[in-house]
Design a protein around this ligand. Structure first.
Ligand code: AMP
Length: 287
C-alpha cells in the first residue's frame, strides 16, 4: 500500500495504474480518519468488488461550523495506515488542507441536493455543502467506479448519491454498507472517543430507542406519530441525552411521513441525532 500526500501524486499513481491495467475498476472509500471497524467494513468490501482500492483521510474543514469539533477531531495516522493495509487498500491518500482547498476545481459551483435540507441539515447549516464540494473534488481526482459509504450517515449517502448522479451520471456507483456497531449496539464512530465511560452507557440508549421505534412500526400497532411519541418518551428518560431531532422519513426523499407502514421493507427511516455532553451522535434504522 502506498501513502500519497499530494493530489498531483495521486494523479500520477492512477495514470500508472491505467497504463499497466487499463480499465481496472477503482473502489474508493472517503473518510476523515480515526478509523474503526465501520470504516474497515467499507474498505474490505471495496477490495472484494474492485481491482484497486483508494482510501482517503481528510478532515474537511468546509463541513464543520465554527462551534464544532474540527480542531479536536481525533487523529491516529499510524493505526489508520495499518488498518487500511490490513483491509486491502492499495493507496491511502492523505492530502494536505492547502493542497486540496487550493485546487482549481473547487472554484466551480456545486448545487446542494434538496435532500440536504432536513434532518442534520437543519442543525448543521452549511455542513452538506462542505461535504458535497469535497466529495465532488475527490471523485474527480480518484475517478472511482464505485464509492462506499456507511448507513450510519444515511442522509450523507443520499445527498452524495444525488450529487453524483447529477455530476457524473452513471459513471460512479455509490454503495451503501451496513452500520457496524459495538457489542452493546452503539454505532461505531470516531467521535465515540470523546465519550466518558458513563456517557458511553447512556449512548446505548440511542440504538435501543431506534429499535423500539422499529418494533412499533413493524407491529402495525401505531403509526409514525404514535411511534415518535413513545420513542421520544424513552429517550427523555435519560437526562444526559438531549435530542436534536428524531424523525420518521421516507427513505428515498427523506421527507417526513405520517403514513402507516404498508410499503416494502426499507421504505422508512427512523433517524436521530442526540447530544451527550459535548458529543453529538447520530444513528438510524431502516424499517
Ligand atoms: P467518517 O470518517 O466519519 O467521515 O466516515 C467515513 C465513512 O465511513 C462514511 O461513509 C461513514 O458513513 C462510514 N462509517 C462511519 N462509521 C460507520 C459505522 N459504524 N458503520 C459503517 N460505516 C461507517
Amino acid at each position: 500500500m502506498k501513502i500519497i500526500r499530494r493530489s498531483s501524486g495521486l494523479t500520477e499513481e492512477l495514470g500508472r495504474l491505467e497504463r499497466s491495467k487499463p480499465g481496472a475498476r477503482i473502489g474508493f472509500v472517503p473518510t476523515m480518519g480515526a478509523l474503526h471497524e465501520g470504516h474497515a467494513g467499507l474498505i474490505r468490501r471495496a477490495a472484494v468488488e474492485n481491482a484497486f482500492v483508494v482510501v482517503s483521510i481528510f478532515v474537511n474543514p468546509l463541513q464543520f461550523s465554527k462551534d464544532e469539533d474540527f480542531r479536536r477531531y481525533p487523529k491516529r495516522m499510524r493505526a489508520d495506515a495499518r488498518l487500511c493495509r490490513r483491509c486491502g487498500a492499495d493507496v491511502l491518500f492523505v492530502p494536505d488542507v492547502r493542497d486540496l482547498l487550493g485546487r482549481p476545481e473547487l472554484r466551480e459551483r456545486v448545487n446542494v441536493p434538496a435532500l440536504a435540507r432536513g434532518l442534520c441539515g437543519r442543525f448543521r447549516p452549511g455542513h452538506f455543502r462542505g461535504v458535497v464540494r469535497i466529495v465532488d473534488l475527490l471523485f474527480r481526482l480518484v475517478r472511482p467506479d464505485r464509492a462506499y459509504f456507511g448507513q450510519k450517515d444515511y442522509q450523507q449517502f443520499r445527498v452524495v448519491e444525488a450529487m453524483t448522479r447529477r455530476r457524473f451520471g452513471g459513471r460512479i456507483k455509490c454503495v451503501l454498507c451496513p452500520t457496524v456497531r459495538s457489542a452493546g449496539g452503539l454505532a461505531l464512530s470516531s467521535r465515540n472517543a470523546y465519550l466518558a465511560r458513563a456517557e458511553r452507557r447512556e449512548a446505548l440508549r440511542l440504538y435501543e430507542a431506534l429499535k423500539l421505534g422499529r418494533r412499533l412500526l413493524r407491529s402495525g400497532r401505531g403509526g409514525p406519530r404514535e411511534t415518535l411519541r413513545r420513542v421520544r418518551g424513552y429517550l427523555a428518560r435519560s437526562p444526559a441525552l438531549r435530542t436534536d431531532y428524531l424523525e420518521i422519513v421516507d427513505s428515498k426523499n427523506l421527507k417526513k411521513t405520517g403514513r402507516k407502514l404498508r410499503a416494502g421493507p426499507g421504505r422508512l427511516l427512523i433517524a436521530a441525532a442526540v447530544r451527550i455532553g459535548r458529543t453529538r451522535l447520530i444513528d438510524n434504522v431502516l424499517v
